[in-house]
Design a protein around this ligand. Structure first.
Ligand SMILES: Nc1ncnc2c1ncn2[C@@H]1O[C@H](COP(=O)(O)OP(=O)(O)OP(=O)(O)O)[C@@H](O)[C@H]1O
Length: 250
């Protein structure tokens, strides 16, 4: 597996998964949460995965990103054939090098300033102190937090915290960006800022952005909407996104 910072061309596959099956033990029985799911996502696309609670969305993301081993199926991603055939150390390295994650709960370190939250990830990736600071500052400015660099999470609003989490993710310029309910804890205005940043990551950086959501209003920004129900993909539609759409307040 070669480490590369070059993104695939818009339209190239970033992920192709086939026949994913995931079961969990429930008492003496097993429940099948993914029932042979085929899934793909392309560079430059904001692909939205929608479905009711418990339909398997988060499990799918976890299986695609090397976080949760499926019982059956394969995931081909970037230059890796069959991600789940790699050692767990190589899977972790793949995730670190190429994937970004944004979750509902922000997952920020309470003791670190906004700038440090982003710097830490870049230093971990091997950037020098100076380069990490420059890149972290630039990305925080890009998400509109240039004046909040020195604040810790306790001094930031929910929307600002989510933007720090996005800056942390974007700063490493991931080829694949997984977002799980990124706007659900936010009001309309902040939700709009966040979905626009995800849209830009796809359009301007060529990332394959995969966004799990309950919120049908986010469809406006999507290139593709995939619906999953009870562990089965029931619908898959391409559409033309409207990057200037507005998200009304809840
Ligand atoms: N570690 C686990 N052990 C047992 N069951 C699990 C585990 N993780 C998920 N499940 C079950 O798998 C099903 C699908 O869960 P998943 O989190 O993928 O759904 P989801 O579509 O993301 O739901 P939500 O929108 O509520 O987050 C649920 O019934 C859940 O209870």
């Amino acid at each position: 597996m070669s480490k590369t910072s070059t993104h695939g061309k818009h339209g190239d596959f970033a992920i192709e998964a086939k026949g994913l099956v995931k079961r969990f033990k429930s008492g003496k029985a097993f429940i099948e949460v993914l029932k042979g799911v085929d899934f793909d996502a392309r560079h430059g696309d904001l692909t939205m995965v929608m479905g009711p609670s418990g339909s398997g969305k988060s499990t799918l993301i976890a299986a695609l990103s090397g976080l949760l081993r499926p019982e059956e199926g394969r995931v081909d991603t970037l230059d890796v054939d069959d991600l789940w055939k790699l050692s767990s150390g190589k899977i972790d390295k793949f995730r670190l090098d190429h994937c970004g994650f944004i979750f509902q709960g922000f997952n920020l370190f309470p003791a670190l300033t906004a700038l440090q939250q982003v710097e830490v990830v870049l230093k971990f990736q091997g950037l020098s102190k100076g380069d990490a600071k420059r890149q972290a500052t630039a990305t925080l400015k890009e998400v509109g937090l240039g004046n909040r660099l020195g604040q810790r999470p306790s001094a930031l609003s929910g929307g600002e915290k989510q933007r720090v989490a996005i800056a942390r993710c974007l700063a490493k310029n991931p080829q694949i960006l997984f977002a799980d309910e990124p706007t659900s804890a936010l009001d309309g205005e902040n939700g709009q800022i966040v979905i626009r940043l995800l849209r830009r990551a796809a359009t301007e950086h060529g990332a394959a952005v995969i966004c799990v959501t309950h919120d049908p209003r986010l469809e406006e920004w999507a290139d593709r909407v995939i619906k999953i129900e009870d562990g089965v993909i029931i619908d898959d539609q391409r559409r033309t996104p409207n990057p200037d759409a507005t998200l009304a307040s809840h």
